[in-house]
Design a protein around this ligand. Structure first.
Ligand code: FE2
Length: 336
């Protein structure tokens, strides 16, 4: 069976094509706002503009036509409503009389990670611009053992960089890769460490780091400002990643699982991977990180999860979407 998967939950419009064995295509186009964060309506306009091109690129990569596609899957949530609507409507439009299946975006991140890393029953650490959750399978569902109580970690990183170092710079200079680069050569300065039970909070850390930068950069020359930024980026990563590692370790201890899988865009951060590796090594657990090409949003993960659902009797969907659809509200009949 060949499945075409559509991802459109946030900034990325992606189409992946898989058969039961391998990836046949991975095409995508990412919306980068000229300034500030993502305006959902602008992202939707972007998706509308590029969807046909991305489809053509995916079919060309796979050397297939729509006639060869057996199943169309789409990400039905969670995500930005206008963007979800575009993906759902496009799925129905291109499927015509083929079956269409709705996929949960968070479950898809986990499933593509499990497939590519060859792990079976991990604690998944789902860290991105739109989500931060510590997830594990138990009693027929993926269960959320811990999550952010306010903003996702990737969003906290983006806003911090944008409001400090990113001012007067191009939008491409925002986000995790910039923080990773600046954190090298940084020294620790105290920021709030906020773990509440199994949940986390990142908004206070973000605000504190922005305030520190605004206060302490006054009167400094360019080089001194750069060092301040390095110190804050280093401390931001050390604090947030330590919080996530602490909660992940407790999820491992609670469930008795022995695998950790990092998924989502922030999984690409080398320092976070190092911290999780050390924790797993000390516990005799194995750590896995989804390959970089599949850590961010893409259609391949939607395609693969669509295949899993279809092969395990999951109901076909009418084109509908749910912006608040949680992983723990999702049936996963392919799990034991
Ligand atoms: Fe995502």
């Amino acid at each position: 069976m060949i499945c075409l998967g559509i991802e459109s939950t946030a900034h990325t419009f992606g189409i992946g094509i898989m058969n039961d064995e391998k990836v046949l295509a991975n095409a995508r186009d990412m919306f980068v706002p000229p300034t500030g964060g993502i305006n959902p309506l602008d992202a939707k306009l972007h998706h509308e503009k590029v969807k046909e091109q991305v489809l053509a690129a995916a079919l060309e990569q796979a050397n297939l036509s729509m006639d060869n596609i057996d199943l169309v899957a789409y990400a039905a949530g969670p995500g930005l409503p206008p963007c979800l609507k575009t993906g759902a409507q496009f799925a129905r439009q291109i499927a015509r009389d083929k079956p269409v299946i709705a996929v949960n975006h968070g479950v898809a991140h986990i499933e593509i990670g499990k497939l590519l890393c060859k792990c079976t029953d991990p604690i998944a650490v789902y860290v991105s611009g739109g989500n931060t959750q510590i997830i594990g399978y138990a009693s027929h569902r993926y269960r959320v053992f811990g999550e952010t109580q306010d903003i996702p970690i990737g969003n906290a990183i983006d806003v911090f960089i944008r409001e400090t170092y990113g001012k007067n710079r191009k939008a491409e200079s925002f986000g995790g890769p910039v923080m990773d680069r600046l954190a090298e050569g940084g020294r620790y300065t105290e920021l709030p460490y906020v773990v509440k039970g199994m949940d986390l909070s990142f908004s206070g850390i973000m605000t504190s780091a922005i305030q520190k930068y605004n206060k302490e950069s006054k009167g400094k020359n360019g080089q001194e400002k750069e060092q301040l930024m390095r110190d804050l980026c280093f401390s931001f990563e050390e604090t947030c990643f330590a919080m996530l590692t602490e909660v992940t370790e407790r999820a491992l201890a609670h469930t008795g699982k022995n695998e950790v899988l990092l998924v989502g865009g922030v999984a690409a951060s080398p320092r976070f991977r190092e911290m999780i590796d050390i924790m797993c090594c000390e516990r005799g657990a194995q750590s896995f990180v989804v390959p970089r090409e599949y850590s961010g949003d893409q259609g391949v993960m939607i395609s693969w999860t669509g295949l899993l659902g279809c092969n395990h009797g999951q109901k076909k969907a009418d084109t509908d979407f749910n912006p608040l659809w949680r992983v723990d509200q999702t049936e996963v009949p392919w799990m034991k």
